[in-house]
Design a binder for this molecule. Structure first.
Ligand SMILES: Nc1ncnc2c1ncn2[C@@H]1O[C@H](COP(=O)(O)OP(=O)(O)O)[C@@H](O)[C@H]1O
Ligand SMILES: [Mg+2]
Length: 255
């Protein structure tokens, strides 16, 4: 798994203050090329802030961000080649699936044939062939999410960020989408950073999980190590008890 070890992003001693109030302090970590990294932590622990720093719509108060060894801290979002999928998907309601996905390419003045080829390829990869001429309102929540992912994928980003993309969906759809997302990630070998407040989801999807607490990274590790070797009491409670609770409630509902 040599490929997995290659560093795509390196955050060095990142601090972030909003109007004098510190929300992240001296945070350092790496994102490896091809990995699925989840960000977990209590509400307000800075998960969304980390995504905003990575994509470049916020600047760190101190520290720097490197991509493939190059300092991108001052580089604007459009030049970072990093995509983001928001919780509300923000699809264009008046455009069909095809045009929602093609839009960003069209605005980049890509050749027409090239656009058609790329969009079709992505639509196939995310399994939306049957829905290509439908408007967002004719799609289920899960299908809309796939359009949102496709729209990001078509630009061929080095990294895709997700901010709680499943939190508006019901439990059954979540399970299906989880599997599809993982499939897309494997097939396209794309690096993903995924914010969730759902421990079970993070465990199901991730190569590694970052647990944030109290301005810092409490632990950044594999699901296995978080569960079996928690770095401190906070991680142990936050991870193990939440997962155990879920396992227990599932067992109880089966009995
Ligand atoms: N634009 C902003 N201005 C001031 N405070 C902010 C802003 N964005 C986030 N915060 C604060 O920073 C902290 C971290 O927020 P956020 O990154 O959204 O946390 P999370 O996504 O983990 O819930 C919170 O206390 C939040 O209120
Ligand atoms: Mg958030």
């Amino acid at each position: 798994m040599e490929e997995q070890q290659e560093v795509l992003i390196r955050c060095e001693q990142i601090s972030k203050k909003y109007r004098g109030r510190t929300v992240l302090e001296d945070v350092s970590f790496e994102i490896r090329r091809g990995e699925f990294l989840s960000l977990l932590g209590p509400s307000g622990s800075g998960k969304t802030t980390i995504l905003r720093l990575l994509i470049g719509i916020e600047q760190p108060t101190s520290g720097r961000i490197l991509k493939e060894g190059k300092d991108i801290t001052a580089i604007p979002p459009r030049d970072r080649n990093i995509g983001i999928v928001f919780q509300n998907y923000s699809l264009f309601p008046n455009m069909d699936v095809y045009h929602n996905i093609a839009y960003a390419l069209q605005s980049r003045k890509t050749d027409k044939e090239e656009i058609r080829r790329k969009v079709r390829e992505i639509i196939e990869a995310v399994g939306l062939e049957e829905h290509i001429y439908k408007k967002p309102r004719q799609l289920s929540g899960g299908q809309q999410q796939r359009v949102a992912i496709a729209r990001t994928l078509v630009l061929n980003p080095d990294l895709i960020l997700f901010d709680e993309p499943m939190s508006a969906l019901d439990a059954e759809i979540k399970l299906v989408l989880r599997r599809q997302l993982k499939e897309i990630q494997r097939k396209m070998k794309i690096t993903m950073v995924y914010v969730t407040h759902d421990q079970e989801e993070a465990f199901a999807l991730s190569d590694r999980i970052m647990v944030l607490n109290d301005l810092h990274i409490a632990q950044l590790d594999t699901p296995h190590n978080l569960y079996h070797h928690p770095a401190d009491d906070f991680v142990r409670r936050f991870i193990a008890e939440h997962l155990d609770l879920k396992v227990r409630s599932i067992e109880e509902s089966i009995q």
